[in-house]
Design a protein around this ligand. Structure first.
Ligand SMILES: NC(=O)c1ccc[n+]([C@@H]2O[C@H](COP(=O)([O-])OP(=O)(O)OC[C@H]3O[C@@H](n4cnc5c(N)ncnc54)[C@H](OP(=O)(O)O)[C@@H]3O)[C@@H](O)[C@H]2O)c1
Length: 310
């Protein structure tokens, strides 16, 4: 099979498409013929060697956690899937994902049936970002209907799904991005939009129940200030919560790490079926343009998600 192989930590030029052996499956796994795979900022942090969970990986290595495809082989212990099923998932995280390939071996627990409403490209774009948004808002953020939530970087891979999920949960949603993304963020259902290049977010919002910060060090202190007393701050891109709590000791602040879950994808599938959650795929690139995909992501200026296909 063809796969995108990373020869060493470093820049995106270290990737090349090569012929490699098809993976063998364990009894708890299925073999998926990958129709499309997605990329996330975690991928370029892993590629460069800066992600903490990447330290133990050896080279050459096949990266890639997000994918959608068709089951072609089923392990002896697997009950939920059969050959021919269209599936998607965030596979093998935080081990090397190996989904930048024509076939991937994946634990059945990491997969869900692909919602019929999604193309393979849309489904491949979704898993890591949508699981992050869902777990941040619900499991950690305990978002309730009627609450006010501020979502920092509402136009990004995670943020654009966070806006829609928060609306679907009945919240009042304020999204931030630069002005070029205002129409997009409002189209997702945001009740208010703040252009962070024109206004200080904390000057506009000071009574949020929950802030979901997907941007990081540039925004985290404004996020803390935008909360009402006893508000909740969930961050996915900034970890020094002691510094945040020094500024706002009256809030709860947590940095979370997404976990893979086919069951969560199944739950989220209801919103997709109801038309409440759309996946924005801004670009579909051929697999041999993986370096281009990584470089675009590293610019931090992409809207929605980038997906690749062989
Ligand atoms: N902890 C976890 O489990 C976890 C899970 C997923 C992701 N992450 C991390 O979360 C971060 C976001 O991931 P992602 O996939 O959503 O990234 P992304 O798609 O690359 O985000 C890009 C978006 O961020 C917006 N943006 C950049 N700076 C901003 C700012 N100062 N204020 C508001 N918006 C801003 C950009 O909008 P403009 O172009 O309009 O500026 C762009 O649309 C990454 O650092 C990623 O590694 C962590």
């Amino acid at each position: 099979m063809k796969a995108v192989v990373l020869k060493d930590w470093g820049d995106a030029e270290n990737f090349s498409v090569q012929e490699v052996a098809k993976p063998a499956i364990r009894p708890s796994e299925v073999l998926v013929q990958v129709k499309a795979f997605g990329v996330n900022p975690a991928d370029f942090k892993t590629r460069s060697g800066t992600a903490p969970y990447a330290k133990s990986y050896g080279h050459p290595i096949i990266l890639g956690w997000d994918m959608a495809g068709v089951v072609v082989e089923v392990g002896a212990e697997v009950t939920g899937f059969k050959s021919g099923d269209a599936v998607y998932g965030m596979v093998n995280f935080p081990e090397p994902g190996q989904a930048y390939a024509e076939y991937v071996a994946a634990s059945a627990a990491h997969l869900a049936l692909k919602p019929a409403e999604l193309s393979f490209e849309e489904a491949a774009a979704a898993p890591l970002a949508v699981l992050t948004a869902w777990q941040s808002l619900t499991e950690h953020g305990h978002l309730q209907a009627g609450e006010k939530v501020l979502i920092q970087a509402a136009s990004g891979g995670v943020g654009h799904l966070g806006v829609q999920l928060a609306k679907a949960l009945g919240a009042y949603v304020i999204g931030t991005a630069s002005g070029k993304n205002e129409e997009f963020v409002r189209s997702l259902g945001a009740d208010e939009f703040i252009d962070y290049t024109k206004a200080n977010v904390e000057d506009v919002v000071s009574d949020a129940d929950l802030v979901f910060d997907t941007a990081g060090a540039d925004t985290i202190f404004a996020s803390a200030k935008a909360l009402k007393p006893n508000g909740r701050l969930i961050s996915i891109a900034y970890g020094a919560m002691d510094k945040v709590l020094a500024v706002r000791p009256d809030i709860r602040a947590e940095r979370i790490l997404v976990h893979t879950s086919g069951d969560d994808l199944k739950t989220i599938g209801q919103f997709i079926a109801e038309g409440k959650l759309k996946i924005e795929v801004s670009q579909v690139l051929p697999a041999d343009q993986i370096a281009e995909a990584h470089q675009q992501l590293e610019s931090r200026r992409t809207t929605g998600k980038i997906v690749l296909t062989f």
